[in-house]
Ligand binder design. Structure first.
Ligand code: GDP
Ligand code: IMO
Ligand code: MG
Length: 430
């Protein structure tokens, strides 16, 4: 004990990477539990600026073991590249990385199928990252997936591929009219993966639980956010995994009793990449200025992020599903230049007033936000690390968000650097 779950509380890109890096300074393990290289987690500290997609954000803290859990889908080529890039930057993770033998692998045909399916969806496209995430999780569910352990035994992998590839190839050829993949081409790649990654593939579930039983501290690294969750998000405009608290438990096989803190990471406003409903989306100059000031472009795909006011209805829902013990608000400084700030406190749907989002995406599209307007602040918050220095109106704004989310805001982030952080309450000290 204890495990701290760090969860995206909106549509992803809330600044989880920054907060995980900050908290990992006092952790024994940082463990990713879901998603794949659709994630892009930015860490800025005294070692440099980094964008991590698969490798957990604990790699910058000495004596942290970084675990990729069974719930993650791993593109082996991307993992190898990321490890090499870190090595070049002087971060050696050869002794601190573990990959679950049960993690599913993103195969080259998953990446192909992701793009082919998106093109076929036309106007109904989800706007996926094109990294093969959906097809890899689909194969997992169909029980035709390839797991990390499978590349440790190439003879057996051949038998497995000969069983699963005919179905995949039928889809590639008959539905999409593209060339099939050969068992040999995959086996050739797998030999390289085994060579490069074999020593990292381990039974991590047992290791993480043993560390917890011995009193160690584990940071559970979430990817994406609740509104992209396969069950609880704005389906079908979601990812194919569970970024919520349940995903943390199944994605690492840890015992729920170990999770003492559930941190919901919120931006001080809302963003979304890809398609799907976004009730508080801004289409005016304010949205554009936030995008420009905050450089709101995707860490993984470089796409412009859609921008909107803070949505209190979705925030309350997020807390109801995940049960946060603390909320974290990031990017407060981005609002420094705005005179009047709106927050959504309810939805209007026809004649009804809603305090929780409807489950159906069509109904959510029809919801119009009810706004409250708060005054901006005159002194910039950028870089403030002491709560007493926050301007009064920024405190008022934080208090309002706290009230809407329904749990204490224990960390406020005022800049991308590790040090630009206000610890309202030291959540790491029991
Ligand atoms: P993640 O996917 O949740 O880890 O978030 P991303 O890294 O994709 O996007 C968050 C962006 O916000 C990154 O560019 C971070 O460097 C940046 N960031 C995080 N916290 C703050 C903050 O408090 N202020 C500012 N200005 N930028 C922040
Ligand atoms: P992090 O961990 C923001 C979005 C994609 C798309 C949808 C489905 O950096 O917060 P997928 O490739 O997963 O099938 O795409 O999910 N998406 C993210 N948006 N941050 C992420 O991760 C995301 N991961 C996936 O843009 O709308
Ligand atoms: Mg991101």
């Amino acid at each position: 004990m204890p495990a701290y779950a760090i969860l995206g509380a909106q549509w992803g890109d809330e600044g989880k990477g920054k907060i995980i890096d900050y908290l990992s300074q006092r952790a024994n393990i940082v463990a990713r539990f879901s998603g794949g290289n659709n994630a892009g987690h930015t860490v800025i500290n005294d070692m440099g600026d980094f964008s991590l997609h698969l490798v957990p954000c604990g790699v910058f803290s000495k004596s942290v073991t970084n675990v990729i859990g069974n719930g993650v889908v791993v593109d082996p080529d991307v993992l190898i590249e990321e490890m090499q890039a870190l090595e070049k930057a002087g971060i050696d993770i050869s002794h601190s990385l573990m990959v679950s033998e049960r993690a599913h692998l993103i195969m080259p045909y998953h990446v192909m199928l992701d793009t082919l399916a998106e093109n076929r969806r036309g106007k109904q496209a989800i706007g996926t990252t094109g990294k093969g995430i959906g097809p890899a999780y689909s194969d997992k569910t169909l029980r035709t997936g390839i797991r990390a352990a499978d590349i440790l035994d190439l003879e057996n992998l051949k038998v497995r591929l000969e069983s699963v590839l005919p179905y995949t190839n039928a889809i590639l050829e008959k539905i999409y009219a593209v060339e099939p993949v050969t068992t040999e081409s995959i086996l050739e790649k797998a030999a390289n993966w085994k060579n490069r990654l074999g020593s990292f593939i381990k039974p991590v579930g047992r290791y993480v639980n043993d560390v917890l039983d011995d009193g160690g501290t584990v940071v559970l690294e979430g990817a994406q956010g609740i509104l992209l969750d396969l069950d609880h998000g704005t389906y079908p405009f979601v990812t194919s995994s569970s970024p919520t608290i349940g995903g943390a438990i199944t994605g690492l096989a840890i015992q729920p009793r170990h999770i003492t803190s559930v941190l919901g990471i919120f931006k001080a406003y809302n963003t979304r990449v890809g398609s799907g409903p976004f009730p508080t989306e801004l289409f005016d100059d304010v949205g554009e200025s936030i995008r420009t000031v905050a450089r709101e472009f995707g860490t993984t795909t470089g796409r412009a992020r859609r921008i909107g006011w803070f949505d209190g209805v979705l925030a309350r829902y997020s807390n109801r599903v995940n049960g946060y013990t603390s909320a974290v608000v990031t990017r407060l400084d981005v609002l420094d230049h705005i005179d009047s700030i709106k927050v959504c406190v309810g939805y209007k749907l026809g004649t009804d007033i809603l305090d929780e989002p409807p489950g159906g995406v069509a109904a959510l599209e029809k919801c119009s936000p009810i706004y409250e307007t708060l005054e901006g602040w005159d002194i910039p918050t950028a870089g403030i690390s002491d709560l007493s220095n926050l301007p009064t109106n920024a405190r008022v704004y934080i208090d309002r968000l706290e009230n809407l989310i329904g749990c204490p805001i224990d960390i406020i982030s005022t800049g991308p650097h590790r040090d630009q952080t206000i610890m309202v309450k030291d959540i790491l000290t029991p």
